[in-house]
Design a protein around this ligand. Structure first.
Ligand code: FES
Length: 147
């Protein structure tokens, strides 16, 4: 009979023990893809590891809560990526009220994200298709092998 409760479209990434503490991360290769898993409190997130902007090490970026959203800040040009949606995240200003109107704004999705499920101490991912529609796709290719 079926021992696992794992749907066929999910892959086992690692054990939760590999992401210790309140905040941690793990970068790993799954099916030839370069994936970053982030743990923040009780929540887990997964996305492609390399920054959509210019191929920077987003996986090494600081994790920050900005304007109520959790973001990774890319070390290269400080672009901010929402870890739950892969949207780029920036401060916008109303030109008519520049001093009082600065607010965080989420743009469109640029970084590919993946669904995470934790089950009995293991982390499972449902990888979304690398279909070339997101900017980060060009940095996560079969040829890339820097992991
Ligand atoms: Fe990440 Fe430019 S490469 S911000």
């Amino acid at each position: 009979h079926n021992h696992s409760a794992v749907p066929l479209d999910e892959v086992l990434a690692c054990s939760t023990s590999e992401l210790p503490g309140r905040t941690s991360r793990k970068r790993l290769k799954i099916d030839g893809r370069d994936i970053l898993i982030i743990k923040y409190g009780v929540n887990y997130y997964a996305m492609d590891s390399v920054c959509y902007h210019a191929g920077g090490p987003l996986y090494d970026g600081d994790i920050e809560e900005l304007g109520g959203r959790l973001c990774l800040v890319c070390p290269w040009h400080k672009y901010k990526v929402c870890v739950d949606t892969g949207q780029n995240y920036y401060q916008s200003v109303d030109p008519f009220h520049p001093k009082t109107s600065v607010k965080w704004t989420a743009g469109s999705q640029r970084q590919r994200t993946h669904a995470v499920r934790v089950h009995e101490g293991n982390i499972y991912l449902k990888l979304t298709d690398r279909d070339g529609t997101l900017d980060s796709d060009k940095y996560n290719t079969e040829k890339q092998d820097n992991l």
